[in-house]
Design a protein around this ligand. Structure first.
Ligand SMILES: [Zn+2]
Length: 463
């Protein structure tokens, strides 16, 4: 396939990458939720993701136009990183990921294998979440995956998928049922694998036989094949922070009190006990385990007294993709961006139709240059770009985090006010945008005016 060749050129770059999220302090790096379209109040598919990282992280936002036959996309970039960026492409395909270490200890790659290319290729080439999964599978099988393991979370306005990849050539993907919500910590959660069910499952043909060969799965000993049990690094599989975070989200969604922190029995996805909305996902992503009797205990000293949970003291971004099929994708697909920790910061809506992001969010004036220089000039970013808006957030969380428990009530009150204001502005903007398209055919009537209006809306929110 030609797009595979396209990325052979960037091989030298990818080999030199340092994946900042790979170290997994306290096994707590990223969390994700996907809600099927029948579970949400507005019929959207929703994908939420917390990005947890250490080191000097710097969020940039770009609207990348169509280039060299590739899709246009909205890009939440962390310069220099391979596994942290968020994408929403012109087809409404959103992708993020959670690190999920595997037990694979053998290298098996061609031409250096793939890492950053995986999400970038999906953004540039996929027309649907399902196609994205096939692209990932093809890349992993033909090139091999460089890192220990990861689960990509992908959604479009119709359905959501997760795709778990293993170092080397193995992978499995599973669709989230329309009436269910999936919550993913940093371990594999795909259990049964039925490759004959091509509506809901894809994967490497030898995913079971290879596990048998390696002694990770024995039918006599283990019964039916379970991907998560066979392939997950045993330490992360049972790690309490992973298990309890998944449990907290499932408890919140279902109201069930019979769930226990056992990775063998926690379901892949749950049916919520009511229709859920944006506010519910915000609630989950800012959770520190308040809704559960199961508490997090940390094994290392942390510099701040910010509690840990789904939201942690290393959360550098929380994004919620609201993917609506009842209007044109430019206005129907929205990336809500919380530039920092969701327990103290609010989310701001970014419509997919934006063509130019505010200057304060960019290292480079040109999106094309940002794509080319993603791995360039990534040391001492604050010294290089001291006026970037992201540092304001970084300073703010640092000031909260030293005395989190005492200050939090007032901080959250102010945050809630800002959130309500942003949601109100969004509802008003949604109405205003209706004049630019036909509600029956979803054809856009005046694209230029619509895009101009979206650009101005985002600018104003940050002013
Ligand atoms: Zn928090």
């Amino acid at each position: 396939m030609t797009w595979v060749k396209l990325f052979l050129g960037s091989l030298a770059v990818s080999l030199s990458l340092v994946a900042t999220a790979a170290s997994m302090p306290d096994g707590c790096n990223c969390f994700c939720v996907i809600a099927g379209r029948n579970t949400t109040v507005d019929g959207s598919v929703m994908l939420a993701h917390n990005e947890d990282d250490s080191g000097e992280m710097m969020l940039n936002m770009y609207a990348v136009p169509r280039l060299n036959g590739n899709n246009a996309y909205l890009w939440g970039e962390f310069p220099g990183t391979s596994v942290c960026d968020h994408f929403l492409n012109e087809w409404g395909v959103a992708i993020a990921s959670d690190g999920c270490p595997s037990r694979e200890d053998r290298e098996d790659v061609t031409d250096g294998g793939v890492l950053y290319e995986v999400r970038l290729t999906v953004a540039q080439r996929a027309h649907s979440a399902r196609e994205a999964v096939k692209i990932i599978g093809h890349l992993v099988e033909t090139r091999g995956y460089q890192a220990s393991g990861r689960t990509y979370v992908i959604a479009d306005p119709h359905e959501g998928w997760i795709c778990s990849v293993v170092k080397g050539r193995h992978w499995v993907a599973k669709r989230i049922a329309d009436d269910e919500v999936m919550a993913l910590p940093n371990n594999y959660i795909i259990d049964e694998v039925n490759l004959a069910d091509t509506l809901n499952c894809y994967g490497a043909r030898d995913v079971e036989t290879y596990a048998r060969e390696r002694g990770w799965y024995d039918p006599e000993r283990d019964g039916r094949f379970s991907f998560k049990k066979a392939y997950c690094d045993p330490y992360y599989y049972t790690y309490e922070h992973n298990v309890i975070r998944q449990l907290c989200a499932q408890q919140y969604l279902t109201g069930r009190n019979d769930l226990v922190p056992d990775p063998d029995t926690l379901p892949f996805a749950v049916r919520p006990n009511r229709k859920i909305g944006l506010a519910d996902l915000m609630q989950i992503m800012q959770c520190h385990g308040e809704n559960s009797e199961h508490k997090f205990v940390y094994k290392r000293e942390r510099p701040w007294n910010h509690p840990v949970g789904i939201c942690t003291d290393v959360t550098v971004l929380s994004a919620i993709f609201q993917l609506r099929a009842d209007r044109p994708r430019e206005v129907g697909c929205v990336m809500w961006v919380c530039a920092g920790r969701p327990c103290t910061e609010h989310y701001i809506p970014w419509y997919l139709g934006i063509s130019r992001t505010p200057d304060c969010w960019r290292r480079y004036a040109s999106a094309a240059q940002a794509v080319k220089d993603h791995f360039t000039a990534v040391e001492h970013k604050r010294d290089q770009w001291p006026h970037h808006i992201y540092w304001k957030g970084v300073d703010r969380w640092a000031s909260y985090a030293t005395d989190w428990h005492n200050g939090i009530a007032a901080v959250q009150q102010a945050r809630d006010k800002r959130q309500a204001k942003a949601c109100k502005a969004f509802a008003k903007m949604d109405k205003k945008l209706q004049k630019y398209y036909d509600p029956r055919t979803l054809q856009v009537k005046d694209r230029e005016a619509m895009v101009k209006s979206i650009n101005a809306f985002t600018e104003k929110l940050y002013r």
